[in-house]
Design a binder for this molecule. Structure first.
Ligand SMILES: [Cu+2]
Length: 335
């Protein structure tokens, strides 16, 4: 009895000492010290609920193969089954970045990062070079996860000023469209960064096509499912995220869009973040800012008015005033 009493407190002391020690070692790497190296990993996400029965997307302008006689083009779409600007149910519980302006369409011109489109009929893309351009578009949830369903991906070409040039790749073959991550991520949003892409004419699988994801030049994971993923463990600073479509033969599928690398910023310094802050989720997207610039101010409208009028003339039945009426005042804030 006496011995037991003696041993117990000793054991308790030992236990406390051990626990204290463990806690200490656990605290060290897990603390917010930036010196601790982070391991970058990719984890599978749970695809967002399909709340979009019978949804469809079509681009009304420019029409496929249209020659636009201006260096800017107004993109008009017909979107059914997805309410633009509405929040997606569950957005606050995801613990990831989402647009407070709600659901939107990711519009991708050529090899640029996507632009977020919140209105179906007042979206200008400006400063386009003469010749051929590719246009891809698909709707996204407010947290930027694309809605992966047949009938929601638009993929077409149009021309600026002259019908010249070929698409930079076979747009009807296996096609990877990089969507996310993009831009700047701050605070809690930076802990889990959505990795999302669109696929056309291709199926992923262990013995099929795959998407190889690299961060800062190092392959992190080979993705065999068309679902959203998350990149975790990104240290503060700039990172290069690369997605490559790889065939069953293990080779990168030819085509410039099938191998895309973008730079994102994790908790950028306040000074660097200050400049693009009005764009927030659009930050880091010069292309998008250019695009939206023409829509926000009256002076901007004047810049595009002439070219729009030229463009609209070619479309019988659509008066300039109709096209212009919808734009002023209602321009999206650019997110
Ligand atoms: Cu988005």
């Amino acid at each position: 009895m006496r011995l037991r009493h003696f041993v117990l407190p000793l054991a308790a002391v030992a236990l406390v000492a051990a626990t204290g020690c463990n806690t200490k070692t656990e605290d060290k790497p897990g603390s917010d010290s930036t010196a601790a190296p982070k391991t970058v990993g990719i984890v599978k996400g749970v695809p967002g609920r399909d709340d979009f029965p019978n949804a469809s997307l079509a681009v009304l302008a420019p029409t496929p193969g249209e020659v636009v006689n201006a260096d800017s083009v107004m993109i008009k779409v017909d979107l059914k089954g997805v309410d633009l600007g509405s929040p997606t149910a569950g957005e606050t519980e995801k613990g990831i970045a989402f647009s407070k302006e709600g659901q939107h369409i990711h519009v991708i011109v050529d090899d640029k990062p996507y632009m977020a489109m919140y209105k179906t009929d007042s979206f200008f893309v400006t400063k386009l070079a003469p010749g051929i351009h590719t246009l891809r578009a698909f709707p996204s949830r407010s947290w930027h996860e694309s809605i992966k369903k047949p009938g929601l991906f638009v993929n077409q070409t149009f021309y600026i000023m002259k019908k010249e040039g070929d698409a930079p790749m076979d747009m009807n073959g296996p096609l990877l469209t990089y969507s996310r991550p993009k831009g700047d991520y701050k605070g809690d949003d930076a802990k889990r960064v959505l990795l999302d892409f669109y696929l056309s004419n291709v199926e992923l699988g262990k013995d099929k096509y795959k998407v190889v994801a690299s961060v800062d030049g190092k392959v992190i994971d080979t993705l065999t499912e068309w679902i959203p993923y998350f990149i975790e463990g990104l240290a503060d600073g700039a990172h290069k995220v690369k997605l490559e479509l790889v065939g069953p033969d293990g080779k990168v599928v030819p085509g410039v869009y099938n191998s895309v690398e973008r730079t994102i910023n994790i908790n950028p310094p306040a000074a660097a973040a200050a400049a693009p802050s009005p764009m927030d989720t659009m930050s880091g997207m010069k292309h998008g800012m250019d695009t939206m610039g023409g829509m926000k101010h009256d002076s901007g409208m004047k810049t595009t008015a002439g070219s729009t009028a030229d463009h609209m003339k070619k479309t019988p039945g659509t008066s300039d005033t109709d096209a212009m009426k919808k734009t002023p005042g209602k321009a999206p804030a650019g997110k």
